[in-house]
Ligand binder design. Structure first.
Ligand code: SF4
Length: 325
C-alpha cells in the first residue's frame, strides 16, 4: 500500500498567554490536543469545526509557521519538525496555502503579472519571456484571461482575487495545498465556481488538499474524508459519504442538522447547540463538549472519552460508544 503523503501524529500546540503587571502571569492555552490523521496523495481531507476549534492553528503548524509543542508531521516521508529553517523554506514550495480573504494575501501595489510571477522569481530561474508565458498559462488554468496581468487587487471581484491567489499558489507546482475557508468570504454563486475549479485542478494536477471549513455542506462536494474538530481535538473521522449517512458524535450531528438538505422529504430536525465553543484557556473537564451536549452523562463530566472505531473506517470520541472496539 502507498505511504500517505501527509501523516500527522499526536500533534499538540500549547500557547502561553501572559497577563498581569509586566506579564508576570502565564496561562497555558491548548489550541491543539493530540491531533492525528493521514492524507493519501490525490485525496482531500476536510477539517470541520466552529471558529476557535483549532483549525487555523493546525494549518499554521503543518506549514511550520508555528512550531507545535509535541507530535510529528511527516510529509512525503520527511520529518518536517526535524528540518532546518532553510530546508523548510524549500519544502514550502511543495506545500501551499489558500486563505479565506484573498485580498489579505495580495499586495495591493502589484498587478496580476507580478503577483503570480513573484514566487517564480524567488525560486525558479526563468527568462522574462518564459515567465510571461508561465504566468499567462497559470491565469488561463484558473479561469482568467491574460488581461488580468495588468489588473490590481482593487480592480478584482472576490472570486477573481481568489483565482489570482490560487494561480500564485500553483506557480511552483505544489503537491499539497491547504485550503483555509477558501470560499466563505465569497458570494454563494461564486463559491460553487471556486469549488468546481479546485476539484478540476486536483484531478488535472494530482493535488492533495486539506480543506478547512466551518460549513459541512461545502465539504460534501470536495472531500474524500472528514475530520470534525472541537476545542483542539478530532472528535470524529470517517469518509465524507459516511459522515452524512451516519454522523455519530453529538457535535457532528448538531453541525449536520444546521446544513441545508436538497431532499424536501427529509425530516432532519435542527439541533440548536447552547452557548459557544468554550475557551481553550479553561476547557471543561472530561469531554470538552459536555456543557453543550444533549446526551451528557455523569462520566462525561469526569472522563475524557477515548477514540474508538465504531465501524471499520469510522472513529469517534464519545462515551456513547464506550462498548465499541
Ligand atoms: Fe456528549 Fe458525553 Fe459523548 Fe461528550 S462523551 S459528546 S458529553 S455523550
Amino acid at each position: 500500500m502507498a505511504e500517505p503523503l501527509l501523516t500527522v501524529r499526536d500533534l499538540s500546540m500549547t500557547y502561553v498567554r501572559r497577563f498581569g503587571l509586566f506579564g508576570r502571569g502565564a496561562q497555558p492555552i491548548r489550541a491543539l490536543n493530540e491531533v492525528s490523521f493521514e492524507i493519501n496523495a490525490g485525496e482531500t481531507l476536510g477539517i470541520v469545526g466552529e471558529s476557535g476549534c483549532g483549525k487555523s492553528t493546525l494549518a499554521r503548524c503543518l506549514l511550520r509557521l508555528l512550531r507545535p509543542s509535541a507530535g510529528s508531521i511527516l510529509f512525503d516521508s520527511m520529518d518536517l519538525l526535524a528540518l532546518s529553517d532553510d530546508e523548510m523554506r524549500l519544502m514550502r514550495q511543495r506545500m501551499q496555502i489558500l486563505l479565506q480573504n484573498p485580498y489579505s494575501s495580495l499586495n495591493p501595489r502589484m498587478n496580476g503579472f507580478d503577483l503570480v510571477a513573484e514566487p517564480l522569481r524567488a525560486h525558479a530561474a526563468m527568462s522574462r519571456k518564459e515567465m510571461s508565458e508561465r504566468v499567462a498559462s497559470l491565469l488561463v488554468e484558473v479561469g482568467l484571461t491574460v488581461d488580468f496581468m495588468s489588473r490590481h487587487p482593487h480592480q478584482l471581484s472576490g472570486g477573481q482575487a481568489q483565482r489570482i491567489a490560487l494561480a500564485r499558489a500553483l506557480a511552483l507546482n505544489p503537491a499539497f495545498v491547504i485550503l483555509d475557508e477558501p470560499t466563505s468570504a465569497l458570494d454563494v454563486s461564486v463559491q460553487a465556481q471556486i469549488i468546481n475549479l479546485l476539484i478540476r485542478l486536483q484531478r488535472q494536477r494530482g493535488l492533495t488538499y486539506l480543506f478547512i471549513t466551518h460549513d459541512l455542506s461545502v465539504i460534501q462536494h470536495i472531500s474524500d474524508r472528514v475530520a470534525v474538530m472541537y476545542l483542539g481535538k478530532i472528535v470524529e473521522e470517517t469518509s465524507s459519504e459516511e459522515v452524512f449517512r451516519d454522523p455519530q458524535h453529538p457535535y457532528t450531528q448538531a453541525l449536520l442538522s444546521s446544513t441545508p438538505t436538497p431532499d424536501p422529504t427529509s425530516d432532519r430536525q435542527r439541533i440548536i447547540l447552547p452557548g459557544t465553543v468554550p475557551s481553550a484557556a479553561n476547557p471543561p473537564a472530561g469531554c470538552a463538549f459536555h456543557p453543550r451536549c444533549a446526551h451528557v452523562m455523569d462520566r462525561c463530566r469526569r472522563v475524557v472519552p477515548a477514540q474508538r472505531n465504531t465501524k471499520a473506517d469510522h472513529r469517534v470520541s464519545c462515551h456513547l460508544y464506550d462498548s465499541a472496539q
